[in-house]
Write a protein that binds this ligand. Structure first.
Ligand SMILES: C[S@@+](CC[C@H](N)C(=O)[O-])C[C@H]1O[C@@H](n2cnc3c(N)ncnc32)[C@H](O)[C@@H]1O
Length: 231
């Protein structure tokens, strides 16, 4: 079949458009995969959390709504999931959190504590954020599991007694050493001190010194969190 010059031009334009679209789609897929830290063809290692029952489904919905509407320096979802796993697998009964914010990490702990029959005491200096967290804990059905203490945690933790299973440090970074020295005596043997924002730019050198040079502590740092066990 013979084509006119005009028809040939139209066909060339159509082929160019299809090839351009295909390349663009492929590049978009590549960029998308790269954004999630994967390359095309890499195996997907994690998927989002799935609620096993109505309590979990509701809590996950509250967590999603915090991320959408009330975000305030909350831990990323991945860290929240890890906190839940650590609390649940160690059967934690008594968890202490420094830095409640709007309650995001607190709800991840709450998911564990519902199963372990444990409780969380969480400290927040900002009254507005504490009020939002209180509402979120109620929406998640966790008001009986979680106590918010409003005020300066450096003063308030002095009233705590042990044994504490897990301490999660996520308030003022320069205060981590003070929290550690006040709370370590109350942490049970085998208990954990987990600290957030532990990376070469943000970590307080004094805190790193304290958790890595004490032979009675075992510390690993992974993905921006230090996990320290009291031997
Ligand atoms: C990074 S945010 C906590 C995020 C929270 N753990 C989450 O993932 O949802 C730090 C919080 O610590 C609070 N904070 C800072 N200094 C504090 C102090 N001395 N006592 C109590 N809370 C403090 C801040 O007001 C802020 O809401």
């Amino acid at each position: 079949m013979l084509l006119t010059t005009n028809q040939t031009q139209q066909m060339n334009t159509a082929v160019t458009a299809i090839v351009t679209l295909a390349i663009a789609a492929s590049l978009a897929g590549f960029a998308d995969a790269q954004q999630r830290g994967r390359l095309p063809g890499d195996v997907e290692l994690e998927k989002g959390p799935l609620g096993a029952d109505d309590f979990e489904k509701n809590a996950l919905a509250v967590l999603a709504s915090i991320m959408e509407n009330q975000r305030y320096r909350n831990v990323p979802q991945h860290d929240g999931r890890l906190l839940r796993i650590l609390a649940e697998t160690t059967g934690a009964k008594n968890v202490v959190e420094l830095g409640t914010s709007t309650g995001y990490s607190g709800i991840w702990f709450g998911l564990a504590l519902k199963k372990t029959n444990g409780k969380l005491t969480t400290y927040e200096i900002d009254a507005e954020r504490a009020a939002t967290a209180r509402e979120n804990f109620k929406k998640a059905g966790m008001e009986d599991l979680i106590t918010i203490v409003e005020g300066d945690a450096h003063k308030e933790v002095a009233k705590l007694t042990g044994p504490i299973d897990i301490v999660f440090l996520d308030a003022d970074k320069e205060g981590y050493v003070d929290y550690l020295s006040k709370l370590l005596p109350h942490i049970r043997t085998g208990g954990l001190i987990i600290a957030h924002n532990i990376n070469p730019r943000m970590a307080d050198p004094a805190y790193m010194e304290a958790i890595t040079t004490n032979p009675k502590l075992e510390t690993v740092v992974r993905g921006g969190m230090s996990i320290t066990m009291k031997k």
